[in-house]
Write a protein that binds this ligand. Sequence first.
Ligand SMILES: *Cc1c(COP(=O)(O)O)cnc(C)c1O
Length: 400
Amino acid sequence: MSLANGQSYLAIPGPSVVPEAVLRSMHRSSPNIYEGELVEMVPSIISDLRYVARTDHNVALYIANGHGAWEAALANMAGPGDTVLVAATGQFAHSWAEMAETLGIKAEIVEFGTQSTIDPTRISAALRADKAQRIKAVLVTHVDTSTSIKNDIKEARAAIDAADHPALLAVDCIASLCCDVFEMDAWGVDVMVAASQKGLMVPPGLAFVYFNEKAALQQHALERVSSYWNWQQRVSPEGFYQYFCGTAPTLHLYGLRTALDMIKAEGIEAIWSRHKVLAQSIWTAVDCWGSGAGRMRMNVQNPQHRSHAVTALHLGAPDGKKLRRWVEHEAGLTLGIGLGMSTPDDPNGDGFFRFGHMGHVNAQMIMGLLGTVEAGLCALDIPHGSGAVDAAARVMASAS
Ligand SMILES: *Cc1c(COP(=O)(O)O)cnc(C)c1O
């Protein structure tokens, strides 16, 4: 017998669950890429991508994953010999910084560890020290998916303004877009990167780089920009092929069109609220499991600093890994691994794991996730406080 047979649930922080309607819209014959429906559809996609990011500015589309969005943004903001300042609150900031270095861009890191948000005074200080203005952009991860820290982007803006520095504010919203509140224009973000496979509910393969006029002007001053990554022709194409610098991602665009229809029908504020309540019910359950002899802990202590899209947890090694294995093999639920969280006594980060709760996720799925984790804790004799599922149910009940 296996209790894992039945519909499996991939509850990792991306790729996320793809709605049936999105899958169905991608399951069709190939469209003409020169004229007709597909060509007419792309402007509406761009307009709705602006809606989800709360911006009136440009959005360039790429056939890529999140790493592609990182490289695209860097290639349009800085060149070899320039510097970017990276505010690091987890693994993803470091990976973006490493990518800059491979492009010949110096990455100066301001390290905030794996449990704290950015400190704007340290960002201002680093910018003030840059008298020659070599720093072309400040890179901030809105939600770092490894730590589940959510940074206050308004603070990053204020830090740059306080230093009176011309650097662009570039934000990674790959995990947070359509999950956590984000306001590109109101918060003064110059460049933003996102991808299709998290809050946007589409399989991996589409990446988005948003940019405003200030960023466009700075790009014009670069000595050269790779023709593939250049965002300019992608936002003002002379022919349809220039949107994607070649063949369009035909079926992905149908999937994205459907996902955006679903997002607009629900409304972005309602989507943010849904993610908030689901996240709060998870946090409440974790607090119960961690009570008494329980060892489960939220990675981020302050609820204000926690993402609504992903939750990083610590249970200690080897229990974290054992629990992940149990829920996957015995119950059909896949959780995220600990990422970039190694410690001297746990070099592989086996004590950490993550819940992804981004995109097409509702109350019954989160109740299933929590109940399954509870079953795993019982099956493995891992000490834990009681009442977690009941407490989560009450959070959902009082919010409905
Ligand atoms: C997922 C993610 C990435 C990387 O995206 P890939 O599609 O795996 O390249 C980058 N940044 C953040 C914050 C992410 O959540």
